[in-house]
Design a protein around this ligand. Structure first.
Ligand SMILES: NC(=O)c1ccc[n+]([C@@H]2O[C@H](COP(=O)([O-])OP(=O)(O)OC[C@H]3O[C@@H](n4cnc5c(N)ncnc54)[C@H](OP(=O)(O)O)[C@@H]3O)[C@@H](O)[C@H]2O)c1
Length: 155
């Protein structure tokens, strides 16, 4: 099954200058809790934005180039893999767009801010296709910039 997970601002922005546009420790912890022990699938630009492999997760990267620093797979290979295991699609914008039609579950964190001049966005979610199963508002902690809402949507 394909499971997508992302954080967006109130206008669907997810990135700026190749990085996340906020510092949200509580959301990173939420991401870790959901994806730990699983397989994470990402675009090459998101892979390049990471400091390295995240602990306790298999990493699979989509690229049209040869990379020796990480496991890579084609779009078709990932769709095939998802028939027999859960795959967490973790971004970025191009990759969310590509996999949205195949996603069964979406974990979306709304970061309660509006990013100034973002350059990457999440695709629009058709809420006649995805039902909102969970919606939990969380106030910012000392290690977050903004309040946030954790949502879970499913087909
Ligand atoms: N807020 C969030 O939750 C979140 C999560 C993740 C990322 N982000 C942000 O999103 C931004 C990056 O997103 P992005 O859209 O620019 O890039 P991306 O989706 O991370 O990666 C795009 C790359 O993926 C590869 N690719 C795309 N389609 C492919 C296909 N069909 N087959 C094979 N490879 C394919 C290409 O790599 P090659 O060029 O190597 O061929 C392409 O350049 C950053 O700012 C990052 O911080 C935000």
């Amino acid at each position: 099954m394909i499971i997508m997970i992302y954080a967006c601002d109130e206008k669907n922005a997810i990135g700026k200058n190749g990085d996340l546009p906020w510092r949200q420790s509580t959301d990173l912890q939420h991401f870790k809790t959901i994806t730990s022990g699983g397989t994470i699938v990402m675009g090459r630009k998101t892979w390049d934005s990471l400091p390295g492999k995240l602990p306790n997760r298999r990493h699979v990267v989509l690229t049209r180039s040869d990379r020796s620093d990480v496991e890579t797979a084609s779009f078709d290979e990932i769709i095939e893999m998802a028939k027999s295991q859960d795959l967490f699609v973790i971004g970025g914008g191009e990759i969310y767009e590509l996999f949205l039609p195949y996603a069964q579950i979406i974990y979306r964190t709304i970061i309660h801010c509006t990013v100034d001049q973002p350059d990457t966005f999440a695709p629009e979610i058709d809420e006649s296709i995805f039902a909102l199963d969970e919606h939990n508002f969380v106030e910012k902690s000392q290690r977050d910039q903004y309040d946030m809402t954790f949502q879970k949507l499913s087909k």
